[in-house]
Design a protein around this ligand. Structure first.
Ligand code: ACM
Length: 678
């Protein structure tokens, strides 16, 4: 019993990253920071005063700032603060646009001294960002909660810093969407790209065409009132909301109510729809429908930009329809790409009529389209450069797909100006507006969406806001740890949801051993889970397995890897590192015996048995390697061969999960063959 309680505390202590004092826990890193000495205490008398431009949105912003400051500190601030002695003075030179514009000034300056803080900005948009910086600076000190003395001058590198959330594959309720807006605001993202329709569901109430949401969803959609409220909530947080209605492909859900729009007439259901369903671009009725529909949606979504999708049209239904082939022929088109370009041109004219600028995935890039459109690159960085070269504005999403289960560092390494874009001239580069992280929802529910977006999305936010030179991965991870806790205090559930889910799987309160296992695994990567799901995905199947609960990136495994690296690089001399490695390996080796009974009693956990056994076995191999290294005796070749076979097997997926500590243990096993201390 004693051991059981001791182990998690020990492990947490061992793996805590020591935070260098000089580093502020800011993400994104501001463009200029001058640190000073001393701090401004935050106590119960803390209050805010506003001079300069002032509106209802700013008032609400300050209200939610105070609520967030309360969450950061636990202090219950007075509802009627002492206006005579404000601790923070806010000044915006002028008001902001009623409808937030791309490229509006988002800069701010935050000056904190030991006696007070001042936040100034050209517009309230900068104030919104500056308040979030202030919140990230709050820390417990020996004297109380405080922010450090500092002068920050800050502005974004790119004007378009977005997050796409797909609500078609799995519907995401509005409260979950709102807390994700809070998270976006915390890391200064300014575009929510709402993927509202796809084969698996049409998620917006249309009064013009009520069968769109009525038959194109299972009753899960947003009412127009909810959407207006959501857009206003986003506006208060400096976030533009851009709707995407994907067409002509990915539009199966439209055809459930309006099969006459389809290229392949027949009966449609909002699922599975199928990858081949595509709108018929050859009939005038399609454009009459779209004119009316876009007219309605253009009013509902006030942003100047409107996303029409345009991706993954495989053309099978166009090929199969003689009427469509005859149209292609009659209009002198060469192929389906030309037909899609024709569709996009017609669509573009409709959007222009409603004062909207078209955004689409990189497949829409075609010389027939005007240079005003925006191309969103998802298939590679080349398409972004190609678009910029041809005079189009562009956004990067390739490299920022959060559903691929990549570690934060891999997303962090991708820069909109790197790869093919690095050879662009200055004017071409200026056409790159920024980028968007993408949360596609094939394997996402309202319960686990936060942990699939956060905290990793914060590093994409930093990439798009901070100076290009902001690249240090160790600093990024150290700050990400702090930001992750901050985000949870703001109301996101990326950390707590895992615990709820593990408790549910286990059916017990005591889950220490299960957590130990869950903390060292990651879901299989890329689209392997999708590729392996034989046949179409059942979008109503519960997502309540271990793979659905664990984090896409294991912090424990990352820190263990760093520790092993440190030990190996020290020529096996770093005793402190070795002791920490040993403690972890012992806990992992002994975990299976504790976990087995629990795994056996839940249908959701039985699949994890081989995983748990492997963790014990590989930890044992690691411990034996350390024994050889301790006595400076090479491990026998036959023993190593045996262990490496075991490790190879343990590397393979079990229960669609990967055991992330195998590779560093393999490093120890290999090192044990040549243990000479240098
Ligand atoms: C996409 O991922 N099909 C845009």
């Amino acid at each position: 019993m004693r051991n059981l309680l001791l182990v998690p505390a020990l492990l947490l202590g061992l793996l805590a990253t020591a935070q260098p004092q000089s580093q502020l826990n800011l993400m994104p890193t501001p463009s200029s920071v001058q640190t000073g000495t001393g701090q401004l205490l935050i106590d119960r008398s803390f209050s805010v005063a506003v001079t300069g431009s002032h509106d209802a949105s700013l008032d609400r912003g300050i209200q939610s700032f105070m609520a967030q400051l309360s969450a950061e500190t636990g202090i219950l601030f007075r509802s009627k603060p002492d206006a005579a002695k404000p601790a923070l003075t806010i000044h915006a030179d002028h008001g902001r646009q009623q409808i937030q514009k791309l490229g509006e000034d988002e800069s701010y300056e935050l000056t904190i001294t030991a006696s007070g803080a001042a936040l100034t900005a050209p517009t309230p948009l900068g104030v919104v960002h500056g308040l979030q910086t202030f919140l990230q600076l709050v820390q417990a000190s020996t004297n109380g909660f405080a922010v450090p003395v500092v002068t920050i001058k800050d502005q974004p590198r790119f004007p378009w810093r977005g997050l796409l959330i797909d609500v078609s594959r799995h519907f995401i309720p509005i409260d979950v969407m709102k807390r994700n807006l809070d998270g976006m605001a915390a890391v200064k993202m300014n575009v929510l790209h709402w993927h509202l329709s796809d084969d698996q569901g049409f998620r917006v109430e249309s009064r013009q065409f009520p069968k769109l949401h009525g038959m194109g969803s299972e009753g899960l959609y947003y009412t127009q009132d909810q959407i207006r409220d959501f857009i206003s909530y986003a506006h208060d947080r400096g976030i533009r909301v851009i709707p995407e209605f994907d067409m002509p492909g990915h539009s199966g859900s439209w055809f459930a109510g309006y099969p006459e729009l389809a290229s392949n007439p027949g009966t449609y259901n909002f699922e599975p729809g199928g990858p081949d369903s595509v709108t018929d671009p050859t009939q005038e009725a399609t454009y009459k429908f779209l004119d009316k529909f876009i007219g309605e949606m253009a009013k509902l979504f006030p942003d100047a930009y409107f996303h029409i999708g345009g991706d993954e049209v495989n053309g099978k239904h166009w090929d199969a329809n003689p009427k469509i082939q005859a149209f292609i022929h009659a209009h002198g088109m060469k192929n389906n790409q030309d037909l899609q370009a024709y569709f996009n041109q017609r669509l573009q004219k409709i959007l222009t009529k409603y004062h909207k600028t078209m955004v689409g995935w990189d497949e829409i890039l075609h010389p027939d389209l005007p240079k005003t459109i925006v191309v969103q690159s998802w298939r590679g960085q080349e398409s972004l450069a190609a678009a910029a070269r041809q005079g189009y504005s562009g956004l990067l999403s390739f490299g920022y797909y959060l559903d691929l289960m990549w570690p934060a560092a891999r997303h962090y390494a991708v820069d909109p100006m790197s790869g093919a874009a690095s050879s662009l001239g200055p004017e071409e580069k200026s056409r790159i507006l920024g980028g968007e992280a993408c949360m596609w929802a094939e394997w996402i529910t309202p319960e686990n969406i936060d942990s699939h977006i956060w905290p990793r999305n914060a590093v994409v936010a930093e990439r798009l806001w901070s100076p290009q030179e902001t690249k240090d991965v160790d600093s990024m991870y150290a700050r990400l740890d702090a930001v992750s806790l901050h985000l949870e205090r703001l109301g996101l559930t990326h950390r707590s949801a895992k615990l709820h889910m593990l408790h549910r799987m286990a059916g017990t309160a005591e889950i220490t051993a299960l957590r130990l296992l869950a903390d060292v695994v990651e879901p299989i990567k890329d689209y392997t889970r999708w590729d392996d799901s034989k046949g179409p995905i059942d979008f109503h199947a519960p997502l309540n397995r271990l793979i659905d609960a664990v984090y896409p990136e294991s912090d424990v495994a990352r820190r263990f890897r760093d520790l092993v690296q440190k030990y190996v690089q020290s020529g096996f001399k770093d005793q402190a590192a070795e002791t920490q490695i040993k403690t972890l390996l012992v806990a992992w080796r002994d975990n299976d015996a504790k976990l087995k009974p629990l795994l056996g009693q839940s249908f959701l956990l039985q699949e994890a048995v081989p995983l748990s056994e492997n963790l014990a076995a590989v930890a044992g191999a690691g411990l034996q390697s350390l024994d050889y290294l301790d006595i400076s005796q090479p491990s026998p070749d036959s023993w190593r061969t045996q262990q490496l076979t075991l490790l190879d097997q343990a590397k393979t997926r079990k229960a669609d999960l990967l055991l992330m500590v195998v590779a560093p243990i393999q490093q120890l096993v290999e090192a044990s063959g040549n243990p000479k201390k240098r």
